[in-house]
Design a protein around this ligand. Structure first.
Ligand code: HEC
Ligand code: HEC
Length: 614
């Protein structure tokens, strides 16, 4: 593509972004007039120390709700920012912090006479989610997903006071009962980081060999961290493999905090009726109950820990739920709650569980002894979901896969990617008898995917409608979707875009290094833009760049869009490169791709800066 056209497009695509671009139209921070029909989609919750009030962070509406639990009603609601993701309340109940996944900030809220107001805002870094208060109540800790950090914020001074590196894509946080150690779940590095709060340093990473790590809770004796995760078992998505637990399995994982280097797991899936997309974990204060939410199968699993020890397995897992739990409804109860239950918390009474339920637009109250959904406190939302919302629901619905093992969102997490690779058999040359490994492909993002045809890594798929049908029938081994299913999922996917780029200057312009990198990108030597050109940084053609597996029936790959590339690691169709620099120094270096010349270290660094800014 000619350089001048490229520049013109770049300018059109990067207008001055208004500060709160991702708040629903017509609303701004501080507003209270939130339309009743706007979906709230609560993702996170915080229960006050007395157990009578709770806060929810509502992702679609950009709001926080204050709820009176015994009275079953919302006391107040306020717009706080772009896609709220995590919320925590101070020990005295007078202050709260809400993180904004797409705002890259945390808002400090004052709570007075059951009313919320915004006291200030702190920039924390790209894609913050989990947040927790320090026991002293003067500061809070925030997990910053893209920067792989936990930051400490002074809530009074409204500033970041400390930062520490943890694993890749930190999501959720928990604090040991002695207040000394912070436990961090890292979704993409398959581990848990421990942070010593006195020194504010990372003391240990514990490998759990699992994926999609989510909420974490600490046992009351402080001995274990217990978290929800998924396990990629690495076999192709055939019905036979799926139903013996060899494709994807749901787990609760327990890691000892005392210094031992092992982990233990409970496999959750019974054959024939699996559990989809676990997310929330909570433990009652007396340790009797362990609760786990499964958003994909719309249920909450209630374990009794006091009857006899749960069958935890060390450093590995069973394929399926342990037989001793399969029929023991006293030790494990599966409660259908509908919607998509996410974060969980117990009230101080030890027998009431509350759940933030995304698609139900509610805070759910469960009596754990009877397993009865005692109340559903509506937060506000559409009475009848529109096309886009229905598509979002189907995308997250594991019941649409064979024996409800997983949803689209299990692999395309956050409607993006979990960075893993799967053999979904859609390149048609899966062959179990020879090498099951060779057909695996990295999960592509769904962001802007409607603009980046042709589809699949090999670029053979020319129809996005067909790609949807194949996803339902092959990746998920589910039933043929109806026309309305396909239409609504497409409508949903068409709304998906990238969050703002954290590697650009505040006004959206390029840093100096990125400007130099852009010149390299377009130079005759690197010629990146010949394939990664146009508004989506892909030319929609197929190129052989020397990365085909021997014997592949396809030649070459479709250049992936480079938008948001900073968060698409690991790279290339087979995930062989961990960082962008690894891509460009190794298998996909200009001398390997175009053979036109080698780049200096400076040119490579600048090029990486530019690719990060797309
Ligand atoms: C088991 C993991 C998994 C599940 C579940 C899954 N996908 Fe995928 N998806 C993939 C992988 C891996 C690819 C890349 C396949 C290839 O290129 O050969 C892919 C590719 C795609 C593509 C093409 C993207 C592109 O840029 O070329 C679309 C669209 C898609 N999936 C949508 C869906 C939808 C919708 C669902 C649910 C109905 C779904 N997927 C379920 C793993 C999954
Ligand atoms: C001849 C066409 C071509 C040229 C020139 C080219 N690429 Fe690529 N690029 C591709 C293809 C095809 C892939 C996918 C290869 C694969 O995964 O096996 C790819 C993959 C990538 C990826 C991995 C993206 C991901 O999501 O995993 C990055 C990053 C990338 N290219 C950057 C560059 C840069 C920077 C340059 C210039 C130095 C460049 N490419 C030049 C075709 C090209």
């Amino acid at each position: 593509m000619p350089t001048r056209a490229f520049v013109a497009l770049t300018i059109v695509l990067w207008p001055m972004v208004s500060v709160f671009a991702d708040i629903p139209a017509g609303l701004k921070p501080g507003d209270r007039n939130v339309p009743a029909e706007l979906d709230r989609s609560p993702v996170s919750l915080a229960v006050f120390a007395q157990g009578t009030r709770a806060l929810t962070a509502n992702q679609t509406s950009g709001t926080v709700s204050l709820i009176d639990i015994p009275a079953r009603k919302v006391l107040d609601e306020i717009v706080t920012g772009e896609k709220p993701a995590g919320v925590a309340v101070s020990p005295d109940g007078k202050e709260a912090v809400v993180t904004h996944w797409w705002g890259y900030d945390a808002a400090i809220l004052k709570i007075e006479n059951d009313r919320l107001s915004i006291a200030g805002r702190v920039d924390v870094g790209a894609e913050p989610r989990g947040v927790i208060y320090d026991p002293a109540g003067k500061s809070a800790y925030v997990a910053v997903g893209v920067f792989n950090e936990v930051v400490k914020i002074d809530t009074g001074g409204k500033s970041v006071t400390k930062r520490v590196q943890v694993g890749r894509e930190p999501r959720n946080l928990a604090l040991t009962p002695d207040g000394k150690t912070l436990v961090v779940t890292n979704a993409r590095s398959q581990n848990v980081s421990l942070v010593d709060l006195a020194m504010f340093s990372r003391t240990r990473d514990i490998d759990i060999s699992g994926d999609n790590l989510r909420q974490v809770a600490i046992s009351p004796d402080g001995k274990y961290a217990i978290l929800a995760n998924m396990k990629d078992r690495r076999f192709a998505t055939t019905k036979g493999n799926i139903d013996i637990g060899w494709v994807i399995g749901q787990r609760v994982t327990r890691v000892p905090l005392g210094g031992d280097d092992y982990y233990e797991t409970l496999s959750l899936d019974p054959q024939g009726l699996a559990v989809g997309d676990v997310h929330g974990v909570a433990i009652s204060h007396d340790g009797r109950h362990l609760a786990v939410s499964a958003g994909g199968t719309h249920e909450i699993l209630l374990f009794r820990q006091d009857l006899s020890p749960l069958p935890w397995r060390r450093n590995g897992s069973r394929d399926l739920l342990a037989p001793e739990l399969t029929r023991d409804t006293e030790r494990l109860r599966r409660v259908k709650v509908g919607g998509r239950p996410l974060e969980l918390a117990f009230l101080p009474d030890g027998k009431t569980l509350v759940a933030a339920n995304y698609f139900a637009n509610s805070l759910q109250v469960l009596d754990v002894d009877s397993g009865v959904l005692a109340a559903e406190i509506p937060l506000g939302g559409q009475a009848k979901p529109d096309l886009v919302r229905r598509g979002e629901m189907y995308f997250h619905d594991a019941e649409r896969s064979f024996n409800q093992w997983y949803s689209c969102a299990t692999c395309h997490t956050d409607s993006h990617t979990n960075g893993l690779d799967f053999d979904t058999m859609n390149d048609g040359w899966h062959d179990l008898s020879t090498r099951r490994e060779r057909s695996r492909k990295k999960v592509p993002t769904m962001r802007r995917v409607v603009h980046t045809g042709p589809w699949t890594w090999h670029g053979w798929q020319k129809s996005l409608d067909e790609a949807m049908v194949e996803s339902f029938t092959k990746s998920m081994q589910g039933v043929q979707p109806t026309d309305d299913d396909v239409k609504s999922i497409l409508a949903y996917i068409a709304t998906l875009d990238y969050p703002k780029n954290p590697y650009r200057k505040a006004d959206g312009s390029l840093t100096e290094a990125a400007q130099r990198g852009k010149a390299v990108f377009e130079s005759a030597k690197a010629a990146c833009n010949t394939c990664h050109g146009g508004p989506e940084f892909t030319d929609g053609k197929v190129h052989d760049v020397g990365l085909d597996e021997p014997g592949s029936r396809y030649k070459g790959h479709n250049p992936p869009s480079l938008r948001g590339a900073y968060d698409k690691d690991p790279y290339l169709h087979d995930r062989r490169s961990k960082t962008l620099l690894d891509v460009l120094k190794g298998p996909h270096s200009p001398e390997n791709v175009t053979g036109l010349g080698e780049l200096s270290d400076q040119e490579l660094d600048d090029l990486v800066e530019y690719v990060k800014s797309l």
